[in-house]
Design a protein around this ligand. Sequence first.
Ligand code: TEU
Length: 540
Amino acid sequence: GITAPWWRDAIIYQVYLRSFADSDGDGVGDLDGLRSRLSHLVRLGVDGLWINPCYPSPGVDHGYDVADYLDIDARYGGLPAFDDMLAAAHESGLRVLMDLVPNHCSSAHPWFVAALAAQAGSPERERFVFRTGRGDQPPNNWRSVFGGPAWTRVGDTDQWYLHSFDPAQPDFNWRCPDVVEHFDKVLRFWFDRGVDGIRIDVAHMMVKHPDLPDWAFPADGSASYNEYAQNRPEVHDILRRWHYLAASYGRDLTLVGEIWVPTVTDLAQYLRPDELTQAFYFDLLKCRWSAAAFGASVERGLATIAATGASVTWTLANHDVHRSVTRYGLVRPSGIGTNDPFADELRGRGEIDLALGTARARAALLLVLGLPGSVYLYQGEELGLPEVLDLPDEARQDPIFFRSGGAEHGRDGCRVPLPWDASAPTFGFSTGPSWLPQPEWFGEYAVEAQWDQPSSSLVLHAAALSLRRSLLPALGAAPVEWLTVEGRDDILAYRRGRLTVVTVFGDEPFMPPASWGDVALASTPGAVPVPGNGSAWLLT
Ligand code: TEU
């Protein structure tokens, strides 16, 4: 970042650690592997990295089931490897964000083990959400995000515990002071160690309605936002507490929330000056390829988020959704599950045109990089990796796959280990077999080959980031002004100071007029034959 505080315009690279680089041949990425590849992030030109959870964990949800918040899993190298990586990152000028998982822990966490061994009504159980069932049925009708009921029965007793995700991820009771105090300690532990901020997992979910009432789910089984289980007013008290805890360090720590709420106005509530510094803007990630949808989403983000004083945190992909070239390549949705506009992208159904998806993802990158705010880039997106849609069922590990009885494929396809070198075993990821199998064609996307191809996704990313960095000081706080093209509602164009960004969403060819500036970077070379659908330019 160049403007203060640093995170306002930072580009942060998301490291899905177990799939980034493996140093010891066990087929699982680790912190020494990350340290040895930090030069990739420096050459790419990002400002920092966020690492998905790497605490000791049984790995049911790959680290989002934490067994000890004050340590690093031995598989990743333990605390010494973390400290080495952090020091090396800082030496390279990269900031480092940890992932905090405060809504739930692992069922192997000592607190939950003690709670199961204790009596109903005991202080051990008070740290979680245990309730009496209704006969043979759970205490209420809430559903787990991963499918099935949000409650699991304790043996053959009448007691059940709440889990918003997998049964191996029991929800904490945030009305219990032990929990509040423990997380104060956790934050201090990592801030004292030198991290530059934290990404907060489901930062809108920690507190539930005190009476845990049934939610009126639609009878047809369609998706419904359970307002008793998330986005409760009390959650803001916790975030405010963390705001002041972080502020007391006096070194611009960032708190970035992963928050799924119905509207952008809801999201802005989390960005009040005494709460989070950032929150992922998923509104844009959910847009189908259309100038009107992208334009309205960008405008909504800028207007609503800017009103809080925060900057927008643009994000086009992460470890929970299909890779962007696959999502943008969806030319014909399957028509199944139409009540959920995101279903086909998430489930990998429908017909996909990868060449088109690739062109569009390249264009979308330029579109967001010109905007004011920060951008999170998920590992492998810089390589233009497609989703691996055809993983064998035996290889799949996502709890969503198991909880849905195989009806949903889940998120493994965007978590396949990175290809570094086309000619090495596991494409240079590990000297052993990789934890998820990589398809043959992954070699075409290897990092080393891409640096030598002027038209590669990696070269485009590096060029765009470098151009953005050089323009930032001049752009300052310049606002976004929309430009229109007579008769072309498929063109989205904006000017910001001396930068103009143009994106084509329709099929008719288009070239930006010379009066808009000189082309500093085009998204198209090698990606589409004629500038048209999925082309973008940065002009100065
Ligand atoms: O995700 C929260 C979440 O609710 C969704 O992203 C969800 O995983 C997805 O919509 C399912 O289709 C966070 C983490 O990013 C995710 O990896 C974890 O599994 C989840 O929390 C539980 O910790």
